[in-house]
Design a protein around this ligand. Structure first.
Ligand SMILES: Cc1cc2nc3c(=O)[nH]c(=O)nc-3n(C[C@H](O)[C@H](O)[C@H](O)COP(=O)(O)OP(=O)(O)OC[C@H]3O[C@@H](n4cnc5c(N)ncnc54)[C@H](O)[C@@H]3O)c2cc1C
Length: 469
C-alpha cells in the first residue's frame, strides 16, 4: 500500500504574488472602498486553522499565510475583490471561522484571504417546507437559534457549532451532529442551491440549483465563492442529552449498534471507550469518568426516554446523567463529540492525534483486531452515522503519536480490515475524501475559476487535468 501521509505541499503551486502586483491590487481595492488588511498582526488572524491536530500537516503548513486580507461587508465588495484578484492574477482563498482541520483555509501560495464577515443574515425561511436561504458567513449558532424560533433546526451541525460558519461547514466539513439521522453533508437533499461569485475579471453572480451546487459542496472554496446557501432543515426537537455508562465494552458496542435500528428518534450517538471518557470534561452534575465505564452519549427525543430506560437493563447500561439540550450548565454534550473529543484529549495529552474511519459491518471483528494490535496506543471513539443508506459506525480514534511509520501501519491495517478512510492528514480535497477525483468539481473550477486562482494546490483533479495552477 502507498503512503497516505504527505511529505511535501501538493501540486505545482504558483509563486506568491510579487510586491508590485500586491501593491497594485491593494490600491485598486482601496480606490473602490474596500478595506485591505496588510500588517502582520492583521494577517496573522487570517492564517492558521485546526491543522495543528495533525503532526503530519504541522510542519508543512506552519508559517503559511495571506499576503493581503479583506473582510467583505456585502456581496458588492465580494464582486470587487474577485474582479481585482482575477485582473491582477493574485490567488484568493476563502475563510469562514478557520476551524477546518486539514488546512483547508490556509493559503499554500500566499495571495489574498477573504472573509465574508458582513454576510451573516438568514435571508428567508419557507414556513411550509422549512427550506431556508442564509448568507455564507452566518454563524451556525445564530442559524440554529433563528431556525428554532420558527420551529425548525439545521439537519446537520459540526461540534464547532459555536464558532463555525455555514459556508465554511458546507465547503470544508462533512458530517457531525445529526449524521446519525441525516448522513453526510454531500448526500443529495441537504444543499438545494447556492449563490456563487465567479473569479473572473468580470465576475458573475450565479444562482445554482441543487444539481449544479453539488460540485461546490465540500470543494474547499476551490471552484467558486459561495455568498448564500439554500438548504433543507428539520422540524425542531427539544433534544434530551443523555450519558449512559456500561461496564462492558462489548455491551456498549452492542447498544451503539442496536439503538439506531429501533423506532427511537435519535439525533446523535457517540461511544467513548473508558480511557477516552476519563480525558474529557463533563457537564455540570454529570459524574466525572473514573476510567472504568464506557460512555454512550445520546441526543434523544423526549418520547424516546421511557423506551430507552426500559431497554437499559437488557443492554447492560445505566443512565448517569440527563438534561435538556440548551438548559444544562458547563460543557454541552455535543461539544464532547466528533472532533471535540480530540480537542479535549489533546488538552490533557498533547501528543494525541486522530484518524477518521467508517467501520466495516459487522464492526466487532475489525474493532477487536485493531484494539488487540494497538492497545493503549489507540483509544476508541465511535460515532453513529447513516452512510450508504444504512446505519453505520464511524470512528475518530485517538492516536498516541509514535511517528509517521506507526500511523501509516495503523491506516494500512484499518484499510485491510475493510474500513473506509477519511484522511485527516491530507491537504487536498481528494485525499481528505475518498481519494478519487470528482470530475464535476474540476469542471466547475474550469467554469467559475478559469485561471485557477482559488485556493491553489487543494484540488488535485485541477492540476492533473494539465492546467497550470
Ligand atoms: C474541535 C473541532 C471539531 C470539529 N467538528 C467537526 C464536525 O463535527 N463535523 C465536521 O464536518 N467538521 C468538524 N470540524 C471541522 C470544521 O470545524 C468544520 O468543517 C467547520 O464547519 C468549518 O467551518 P469554518 O467556518 O471554520 O470554515 P473554515 O475552516 O474557515 O473553512 C473551511 C473551508 O471552507 C472554505 N470556505 C469558507 N467560506 C467559503 C465561502 N464563502 N465560499 C467557498 N468556500 C468557503 C475555506 O476556503 C475552507 O476550504 C471540527 C473542527 C474542530 C477544530
Amino acid at each position: 500500500m502507498g503512503s497516505h501521509l504527505p511529505e511535501a505541499l501538493p501540486g505545482p503551486l504558483p509563486a506568491p504574488a510579487d510586491p508590485q502586483r500586491l501593491e497594485a491590487l491593494a490600491n485598486d481595492l482601496r480606490a473602490q472602498g474596500v478595506a485591505v488588511l496588510r500588517s502582520p498582526g492583521e494577517l496573522a488572524g487570517l492564517a492558521a486553522d485546526g491543522f495543528i491536530y495533525s503532526p503530519v500537516l504541522q510542519p508543512l503548513l506552519r508559517g503559511l499565510g495571506a499576503q493581503l486580507g479583506v473582510r467583505a461587508q456585502d456581496p458588492d465588495q465580494v464582486l470587487r475583490v474577485a474582479a481585482g484578484c482575477a485582473r491582477h492574477g493574485v490567488s484568493l482563498t476563502l475563510r469562514g471561522a478557520g476551524t477546518g482541520n486539514y488546512g483547508q483555509a490556509v493559503p499554500l501560495a500566499g495571495g489574498l484571504v477573504l472573509e465574508l464577515s458582513g454576510l451573516t443574515r438568514l435571508r428567508h425561511l419557507d414556513p411550509s417546507t422549512g427550506v431556508f436561504t442564509a448568507e455564507a458567513a452566518m454563524p451556525l449558532l445564530e442559524l440554529e437559534q433563528q431556525l428554532q424560533a420558527q420551529g425548525r433546526e439545521p439537519r446537520l451541525l459540526p461540534s464547532t457549532v459555536r464558532s463555525a460558519t455555514l459556508a465554511g461547514y458546507v465547503a470544508g466539513g462533512s458530517s457531525g451532529i445529526g449524521s446519525l439521522r441525516w448522513g453526510f453533508l454531500r448526500d443529495p437533499g441537504h444543499l438545494l442551491g447556492l449563490e456563487l461569485v465567479t473569479l473572473e475579471p468580470q465576475p458573475r453572480l450565479l444562482q445554482l440549483d441543487s444539481a449544479a451546487a453539488n460540485a461546490i459542496n465540500h470543494a474547499y472554496g476551490c471552484n467558486g465563492i459561495i455568498t448564500a446557501l439554500t438548504m433543507a432543515s428539520a422540524a425542531a426537537v427539544p433534544w434530551i442529552q443523555l450519558v449512559l455508562e456500561f461496564a462492558s465494552w462489548e455491551q456498549a458496542l452492542a447498544a451503539a449498534q442496536r439503538l439506531p435500528a429501533l423506532a427511537l428518534l435519535l439525533q446523535s450517538l457517540c461511544l467513548l471507550e473508558a480511557p477516552v471518557a476519563a480525558l474529557l470534561p463533563w457537564p455540570q452534575g454529570c459524574p466525572a469518568a473514573t476510567g472504568q465505564g464506557h460512555r454512550l452519549l445520546l441526543l434523544a427525543a423526549p418520547d424516546a426516554l421511557p423506551v430507552l430506560e426500559s431497554l437499559l437493563p437488557e443492554l447492560g447500561g445505566v443512565v448517569l446523567w440527563q438534561a435538556p439540550q440548551g438548559q444544562s450548565r458547563g460543557i454541552p454534550l455535543r461539544e464532547l463529540t466528533w472532533n471535540h473529543t480530540t480537542l479535549h484529549a489533546r488538552a490533557q495529552e498533547h501528543q494525541f492525534t486522530y484518524l477518521q474511519l467508517l467501520l466495516p459491518q459487522p464492526e466487532g471483528p475489525a474493532l477487536t483486531a485493531l484494539r488487540q494490535r494497538w492497545g493503549d496506543a489507540v483509544l476508541w471513539h465511535l460515532e453513529g452515522v447513516r452512510g450508504f443508506g444504512q446505519q453505520r459506525l464511524a470512528c475518530l480514534p485517538l492516536v498516541r503519536w509514535r511517528g509517521r511509520e506507526a500511523l501509516q501501519q495503523l491506516i494500512d491495517q484499518a484499510l485491510e480490515l475493510g474500513c473506509v478512510l477519511f484522511n485527516p492528514h491530507a491537504i487536498t480535497v481528494e485525499e481528505g475524501g475518498l481519494g478519487t477525483v470528482d470530475a464535476d468539481q474540476v469542471a466547475a473550477k474550469a467554469a467559475y475559476d478559469p485561471a485557477g486562482l482559488l485556493n491553489p494546490g487543494k484540488l488535485r483533479g485541477w492540476w492533473e487535468r494539465g492546467s497550470h495552477p
